[in-house]
Design a protein around this ligand. Structure first.
Ligand SMILES: Nc1ncnc2c1ncn2[C@@H]1O[C@H](COP(=O)(O)OP(=O)(O)OP(=O)(O)O)[C@@H](O)[C@H]1O
Ligand SMILES: [Mg+2]
Length: 272
């Protein structure tokens, strides 16, 4: 029996790599990684977009310092800030409205973000996914031309267990996993030394265990949270900080990994 026909896959012509930043667990730093990685890629001269795919808990408006709601007659979407093209549900819908949306409305909003906005020309479109392995992940995996997923974890076991689930979900829906990033991995003291406060190295072990590349680790630094709250990500605000430097290195690693694989993957249709 032929598989049931869903809506057509969104191809995003004129957009290069579509990178989904995801994790199994909440609060591990996906949004922070998505925003700072987008800025680090743009710092290499690339044209980059950042799409907030978290409809129930959007982070891009606050992290990027965009006062909401915006007036679309004055500011067309995706709006431009810090050299990035940005879109978030928070720009257009008050938070208390979107949180009560049911699955199909979330699907429709995500499709409209991708299909209905002028993203091209872009080298990279970075998607900031909500936590877990729910509707948004499936919609985006099945109906978008995703180049690959970047899984964020922290060094703690609970996060690693969920990160593994995230990797498995993407494998199941035939989306390549570009690799694993370990966030809040170590601390750099004023003496410039590296201190491993949690058990460091779990991300790398997990990457080896599940057979995907380890993309790098990112230090913990209170300024990351401050910058996020104040609407200017650390890569933009403190480009010389150890955290920003780690992001520039991560961006280079991502570019290297992407160069190893063809952009257009033959993704078989998967019926869920
Ligand atoms: N390397 C870091 N050092 C210090 N604080 C960090 C770091 N990375 C993230 N944070 C902070 O941790 C908190 C959670 O980060 P963030 O919102 O990016 O996580 P998330 O995985 O997107 O969460 P959610 O699952 O709710 O979407 C934020 O306050 C953020 O500023
Ligand atoms: Mg988030």
């Amino acid at each position: 029996m032929p598989p049931p026909q869903g809506p057509p896959r969104i191809e995003l012509p004129g957009v290069g790599h579509v990178l989904a930043v995801a994790s199994g667990k909440g609060g591990v730093g996906k949004s922070t990684v998505a925003a700072n990685l987008a800025l680090a890629l743009a710092g290499q001269g690339a044209k980059v977009g950042l799409m907030d795919a978290d409809i129930y808990g959007p982070s891009v408006p606050i992290m990027m310092g965009v006062p909401c709601p915006i007036d679309q007659n004055v500011t067309p979407l995706p709006l431009e800030k810090f050299g990035l093209k940005l879109m978030s549900i928070g720009f257009v819908v008050p938070p208390e409205k979107a949180v009560i949306w049911r699955g199909p409305m979330v699907d429709r909003a995500l499709r409209q973000f991708l299909d209905g906005l002028q993203w091209a020309p872009l080298d990279y479109l970075v998607l900031d996914l909500p936590p877990g392995t729910g509707d948004a992940q499936l919609t985006l995996s099945q109906h978008t031309r995703l180049t690959g997923a970047i899984i964020v974890t922290t060094p703690q076991d609970v996060s690693l267990v969920d990160a593994r689930k995230g990797v498995e979900m993407f494998h199941e829906v035939r989306v390549p996993v570009l690799g694993i990033v370990e966030n809040m991995s170590y601390f750099v003291g004023d003496d410039g030394k590296r201190y491993e406060i949690f058990r460091h190295g779990g991300g790398k072990k997990l990457a080896t265990a599940v057979g995907v590349p380890f993309l790098g680790d990112l230090p913990i630094d209170p300024r990351v949270a401050e910058c996020g709250d104040q609407g200017e990500p650390i890569v933009h605000r403190y480009p010389d900080s150890p955290v920003a430097q780690a992001y520039f290195k991560l961006a280079s690693t991502v570019v290297t990994e992407l160069a190893k694989r063809p952009n257009e993957q033959e993704l078989p249709d998967v019926v869920m």
